[in-house]
Design a protein around this ligand. Structure first.
Ligand SMILES: NC(=O)c1ccc[n+]([C@@H]2O[C@H](COP(=O)([O-])OP(=O)(O)OC[C@H]3O[C@@H](n4cnc5c(N)ncnc54)[C@H](OP(=O)(O)O)[C@@H]3O)[C@@H](O)[C@H]2O)c1
Length: 247
């Protein structure tokens, strides 16, 4: 198989956690992996590890809060390919878990810059490359915390964790997913949470100080599912590793 025939994927925030595990799994499937990392040294170390295991991986310096960085990432990916099959908008920021009454516009803005404006910036910048693919897929790594259905269920622990920036940013990302899916019928645009909503489980990563109950392999299952959708797959859905979940 030549490079041009390989399925290609760009994953943002892929130097660690769920992004890195997604890169590892798709690399092991023989995909060409563009491993996004805002920190070059951390990205290089992650990419070298995957390459040593046999993956075809290119480290892409990419800070999703910077238009200039995103534009440079497009230029770098274009040096390797004239189409991109899959974009995984994975990079995310948790913020400071500040309760609504203490939240500041500054804190909320910083979280939105990564979790809301980031996926818009990156998706729009890579759309021409995505639209050159036969079956383009955009995967939005959202959160159960962004689900109104989850937040309306008092048995969910997250309803007792009072914060504003992160959950509302992921709710916005969910709507963004639906709006892209409606507007771009030839691109599959779907969202997932890397957990098990019904079982109140999430994934152990640095973001939650490794308090999650699932491994990154388990947590990345729905990312892999949406990244590998066939031509007849859905667009505009929200899933966890067990299936569709409420918005
Ligand atoms: N873990 C869970 O159970 C869970 C649940 C719901 C949703 N999620 C979502 O899953 C995604 C991955 O999170 P994770 O759990 O794997 O956490 P993580 O290990 O902390 O990884 C987060 C990644 O995002 C990157 N990142 C942050 N800001 C960035 C920016 N401006 N530009 C580019 N990259 C940036 C980080 O880079 P640095 O290393 O440079 O900081 C890191 O690579 C996030 O969107 C998160 O909201 C996770």
């Amino acid at each position: 198989m030549t490079n041009a025939e390989k399925t290609s994927v760009l994953i943002t925030g892929a130097n660690k956690g769920l992004g890195l595990e997604t890169a590892r799994r798709l690399g092991a499937e023989g995909w060409k992996v563009f491993l996004g990392s805002r920190d070059e040294a951390r990205g290089r170390a992650a990419a070298d590890k995957l390459a040593a295991a046999g993956a075809d991986v290119v480290m892409v310096p990419l800070d999703v809060t910077s238009d200039a960085s995103v534009a440079a990432a497009v230029r770098l990916v274009r040096e390797h390919t004239d189409r991109l099959d899959v974009l995984v908008n994975n990079a995310g920021a948790a913020g400071n878990v500040t309760p609504p009454a203490q939240a500041t516009a500054e804190e909320v803005h910083a979280v939105y810059d990564t979790n809301v404006y980031g996926p818009i910036r990156v998706t729009n910048a890579f759309l021409p490359l995505l639209q050159a693919a036969d079956n383009p897929r955009v995967v939005m790594v959202s959160s159960g915390g962004g689900s109104f259905a989850v937040m309306a269920d008092p048995t969910q622990q997250v309803t007792k964790m009072h914060e504003l920036a992160y959950s509302s940013s992921k709710a916005a990302l969910n709507m963004i997913t639906v709006r892209y899916a409606q507007a771009l019928p030839h691109v599959k645009v779907n969202a997932l949470t890397p957990g098990e909503v019904v079982n109140h489980k999430f994934t152990a990563t640095d973001m939650n100080h490794h308090t999650g109950q699932l491994t990154v392999t388990e947590g990345s299952d729905p990312i892999i599912e949406l990244a590998t959708l066939g031509e007849d797959g859905p667009s505009g859905i929200f899933i966890d590793r067990l299936g569709p979940i409420g918005w």
